[in-house]
Design a protein around this ligand. Structure first.
Ligand SMILES: [Zn+2]
Length: 308
C-alpha cells in the first residue's frame, strides 16, 4: 500500500482559497526554517481538495510569491485535486479491513442526535455503525474510532491528549458531496511524500489525534508534530479573508511581511536587515534561526507591527 522511495522532509501546504496572508507566511517560514535546521528536504503541496472554495489562479500566485520571497522547494509540488485515485485506493484498503463504514446522516440529523458538541463540532454518535440508518442516496464514509485516548507530544505545545470516540466520534474520510476529506488526504500525501516533520498552525492541533489514528490504521510510522502559535486579527479572529487587505502578502510588501513573520517567531534580524528584501532576511534566518525563541502564545497583529 505504501512504499518509501524518499524520506525525511518537511512541508508547507497552503490552501489556494485566496491570497497568501501573513498567518500562512508564518507557517511557511516556520516549516522552512525548522526543516532546513534539521537537514530535511522541504516540499510544497497545494491543498486544493475543497474544490468549491478554490480560487482560480491563487495557487500559481502563492507559488510565485514564495519564490520571490526566497523560498526554495525540493520537488515539484503535489496538487491534492489530482490525487483522487490514490485516496480511493487507500479508502478501499481501509474498507477491506472493516475500518470504515457508509453513513447516511445529514448534518441536521447529526446535530439533532449528537450527545454534545466538542471543540471540533458535534460529536458523531455512531448512528450508522451497523449500517446506514437513513435512505439518503449520498453516503459519506467514516472511520471507526475507539475510546482509548490518543496522546502525542508537540514540540511547542507539549503533551496533548484526545479521546476520539467521545470528543470527535467516527470521522469522515469521504464526504457525502463526493470529495475526500482533509484528514484522509493530508495523511496519505504526507506518507507518500515521506514527510517526517509536520509544522503548521496551532489551529490544526485539534486534527492531530485523528491523523495519528489514521497513521496507526495504515500501519505507518508517525511524523514529528510542531504546531506554531497563531496570528490573530485585532478582533481576536484568525487572520483570514474577513480582514480584507490587512495581512495580505504581496511582492511589494514582502520585506515588511518577512520581518513581521520572523519577529512573530521570536527571531531578531540585525537592524541593517530591517528594510532588506525578504530573500535577504530569509538567508539570514537560515543561518541564525533559534527555535527556542518560539513561544506557544497566539498574538494579535497589532501587537507585532508597533514593535519596531
Ligand atoms: Zn450516519
Amino acid at each position: 500500500m505504501f512504499s518509501f522511495s524518499q524520506a525525511s522532509a518537511g512541508r508547507f501546504a497552503p490552501s489556494p482559497t485566496g491570497p497568501l496572508h501573513l498567518g500562512s507566511l508564518i507557517a511557511a517560514l516556520g516549516s522552512y526554517l525548522l526543516a532546513r535546521q534539521a537537514g530535511l528536504r522541504w516540499l510544497l503541496r497545494i491543498d486544493d481538495l475543497d474544490r468549491p472554495r478554490v480560487v482560480e489562479g491563487a495557487a500559481a500566485e502563492i507559488m510565485q510569491l514564495l519564490e520571490t520571497l526566497g523560498f526554495e522547494w525540493d520537488a515539484e509540488p503535489i496538487w491534492q485535486s489530482c490525487r483522487d485515485e490514490r485516496y480511493a485506493e487507500v479508502l478501499q484498503h481501509l474498507r477491506e479491513q472493516g475500518l470504515v463504514y457508509p453513513c447516511s446522516c445529514s448534518r441536521k440529523e447529526i446535530l439533532a442526535s449528537a450527545p454534545h458538541a466538542g471543540e471540533e463540532g458535534p460529536v458523531y454518535p455512531g448512528s450508522c455503525r451497523n449500517g446506514p440508518v437513513g435512505n439518503r442516496q449520498q453516503l459519506a464514509w467514516r472511520l471507526r474510532t475507539h475510546a482509548r485516548p490518543i496522546s502525542f507530544r508537540d514540540r511547542f505545545y507539549a503533551e496533548q491528549k484526545q479521546n476520539l470516540q467521545s470528543e470527535i466520534g467516527d470521522f469522515v474520510l469521504f464526504r457525502a458531496d463526493g470529495f475526500f476529506a482533509y484528514q484522509l488526504a493530508t495523511v496519505v500525501d504526507d506518507i507518500d511524500s515521506g514527510i517526517t516533520q509536520i509544522v503548521r498552525g496551532a489551529d490544526l492541533l485539534g486534527s492531530t489525534a485523528r491523523q495519528i489514528y489514521l497513521y496507526n490504521c495504515l500501519g505507518q510510522p508517525l511524523p514529528e508534530y510542531q504546531h506554531l502559535p497563531l496570528l490573530m486579527g485585532d478582533d481576536g479572529e484568525k487572520i483570514s479573508k474577513r480582514q480584507g487587505e490587512v495581512g495580505v502578502v504581496h511582492a511589494g510588501n514582502g520585506g515588511e511581511m518577512m520581518r513581521l513573520a520572523l519577529q512573530f517567531l521570536g527571531q531578531s534580524p540585525p537592524a541593517e536587515l530591517l528594510d532588506a528584501p525578504a530573500s535577504q532576511q530569509l538567508l539570514w534566518a537560515l543561518k541564525h534561526f533559534d527555535p527556542g525563541q518560539i513561544r506557544p502564545q497566539n498574538r494579535l497583529l497589532s501587537g507585532l507591527s508597533d514593535k519596531r
